[in-house]
Design a protein around this ligand. Structure first.
Ligand code: PMP
Ligand code: GLU
Length: 401
C-alpha cells in the first residue's frame, strides 16, 4: 500500500478546538442514549429572537441568495458602525468594518493580515482556546502572559513588561473573558494601552461577551484609555452570543482602514463573503430592539449565583465570581494527585474525563485554556441541569481517594 499523503507542518502543530471536540463527544454519547449533562460548549441556550430569524427567512424569499460584497453588505457594515457610535460613542466608518464568518474568522483574518513569521503575540492566560493556534497558523509566536486567580484573573501591569520583547507585535485581550468570566480593570487596560502606544503594538480587543455582563455600570474598555489607541486597535465582535446566533456565523471587526482592507483581501481569497441571508438576519439584530441580552441575563444571573456558591461549598474548591459571559472556572487542583480505582487524576484533562465517564458530566479541562488547575463549565443551560450536574460532581469528587 502506498504511504498516506503527508500533512503540512502548520496543521500538525495544532490540535482541533477542544471546546468543539468535547461538545461533539458529549452529543455523540447523548445520541447513543447516555444521560449526559453538557456543560461544555459556550453557546446561549436561547433561540435566536423571532424577528431576527424572520429577517433571515425573508432575505431568502427576497432573493438575497447570491454572493455579497466581500466585506459584507454595506447596510450591515453601516449598522455596526452605528451601533458603535450609539453604544459607545466611537466613530467608525462603514469602510472600517468587516463582516466575517463569525468572530472566530475575523480573528483568523486579522492574524493572517498582520503577522509575519516570528512575530510575537501576547496572550493572557487563561485564554480562549483558539487564540494560540490561530496565531501559529499565521506564522506568529504566541507568548503566554499568566493571570492569577488571586487577582480575579485581572492583568497585573508589572507582569506584562516581563513578556514583551522587540518581536512583540500584538496583544489579545478578552473582557469579559472566556473562560474565566473576569473583566480587565481600568488600571490593567491603562497599562496595556500605555505599553501599546509606547511600543507600537496592535491591540486585538475581543469584545464578543460585552453585552453579557453582571456589572452595574460601564464596562472598562481599551478605547477609553486614550483616543490614539483607535489607530492601533482592532475590535472583534459578533452576534453569536449577544443574539443567540452561533449557527448563523456572523461576526464583525472594526479597526484602521488599511488593516480592514488587508483582512478583506484574505477574506476574498478564502470565504468570499459571509452567508448572505445570515447578514440580513444580523442586520435585523443590530438595528432592532437591543433588550435581548438583558433577557438572557435574567436567566444567567441566578444560575451563576447558584453555581459559584455551590462550587465554593465543596472542600478544597475555589471559584472566582464571573462578572460576565456564561462560564464558571473553578480550581480543582486540590483533587489532583487523588485517584479512582487506581487511575490517577493528575490534572484537568484526567478530571474532565473522569467527570464525563463516571458522572456523565461534560466540561472542558482548564489545560485547553492554558490553566491546568481549573475546569470550565458553561452555565448556558437550565438551572435543573446545573443542580443535577453539581450533585453528580460532588459525588464524583467524594469518590476519589
Ligand atoms: N471569542 C471568544 C472569546 C469566544 O468565546 C468565541 C466563541 N466561540 C468567539 C470569539 C467566536 O465566536 P463566533 O465565531 O461564534 O462569533
Ligand atoms: N466560544 C465557544 C466556547 O468556547 C464556542 C466554541 C468555540 O468556538 O470554540 O465554547
Amino acid at each position: 500500500m502506498p504511504e498516506a499523503i503527508s500533512l503540512a507542518s502548520r496543521v500538525t502543530q495544532i490540535a482541533p478546538s477542544p471546546t468543539l471536540a468535547v461538545n461533539a463527544k458529549a452529543k455523540a454519547l447523548k445520541a447513543a442514549g447516555a444521560d449526559i449533562l453538557n456543560f461544555s460548549v459556550g453557546e446561549p441556550d436561547f433561540d435566536t429572537p423571532a424577528h431576527v430569524s424572520a429577517a433571515g427567512k425573508k432575505a431568502i424569499d427576497d432573493g438575497h441568495t447570491r454572493y455579497t460584497a466581500v466585506p459584507g453588505i454595506p447596510e450591515l457594515r453601516q449598522a455596526v458602525a452605528d451601533r458603535f457610535r450609539a453604544d459607545h460613542g466611537w466613530s467608525y466608518s462603514a469602510e472600517q468594518v468587516q463582516i466575517c464568518c463569525g468572530g472566530k474568522h475575523g480573528l483568523y483574518n486579522v492574524f493572517q493580515a498582520v503577522l509575519n513569521p516570528g512575530d510575537e503575540v501576547l496572550i493572557p492566560a487563561p485564554y480562549w482556546v483558539s487564540y494560540p493556534p490561530m496565531v501559529q497558523l499565521a506564522g506568529g509566536v504566541p507568548v503566554i502572559v499568566p493571570l492569577e486567580e488571586k487577582d480575579n484573573f485581572d492583568l497585573n501591569p508589572e507582569i506584562l513588561g516581563r513578556y514583551a520583547t522587540e518581536r512583540t507585535r500584538m496583544i489579545v485581550i478578552n473582557s469579559p473573558s472566556n473562560p474565566t468570566g473576569s473583566l480587565l480593570s481600568a488600571g490593567a487596560l491603562e497599562a496595556i494601552g500605555k505599553m501599546a502606544l509606547e511600543k507600537g503594538w496592535l491591540v486585538i480587543s475581543d469584545d464578543i461577551y460585552e453585552t453579557i455582563t453582571y456589572l452595574d455600570g460601564k464596562l472598562p474598555h481599551i478605547l477609553d484609555v486614550d483616543a490614539r489607541l483607535k489607530e492601533q486597535t482592532v475590535l472583534m465582535n459578533g452576534v453569536s452570543k449577544s443574539f443567540a446566533m452561533t449557527g448563523w456565523r456572523i461576526g464583525y471587526a472594526a479597526g484602521p482602514e488599511h488593516i480592514i482592507k488587508a483582512m478583506n483581501k484574505i477574506q476574498s481569497q478564502s470565504t468570499s463573503n459571509p452567508s448572505s441571508p445570515a447578514q440580513y438576519a444580523a442586520l435585523a439584530a443590530l438595528t432592532g430592539p437591543q433588550d435581548f441580552p438583558a433577557e438572557m441575563l435574567k436567566a444567567f444571573r441566578p444560575r451563576r449565583d447558584f453555581f459559584v456558591a455551590d462550587l465554593r461549598s465543596i472542600p478544597g474548591v475555589s471559584c472566582v465570581n464571573p462578572e460576565g459571559a456564561f462560564y464558571v472556572f473553578p480550581n480543582f487542583s486540590a483533587y489532583y494527585g487523588k485517584s479512582f480505582q487506581g487511575k490517577p487524576i493528575n490534572g484537568s484533562v484526567a478530571l474532565a474525563d473522569y467527570f464525563l465517564d463516571e458522572a456523565q458530566v461534560a466540561s472542558v479541562p482548564g489545560a485547553a485554556f492554558g490553566a491546568d488547575p481549573f475546569v470550565r463549565f458553561s452555565f448556558a443551560t437550565s438551572m435543573e441541569v446545573i443542580e443535577k450536574g453539581m450533585q453528580r460532581i460532588k459525588e464524583a469528587l467524594a469518590r476519589l481517594t
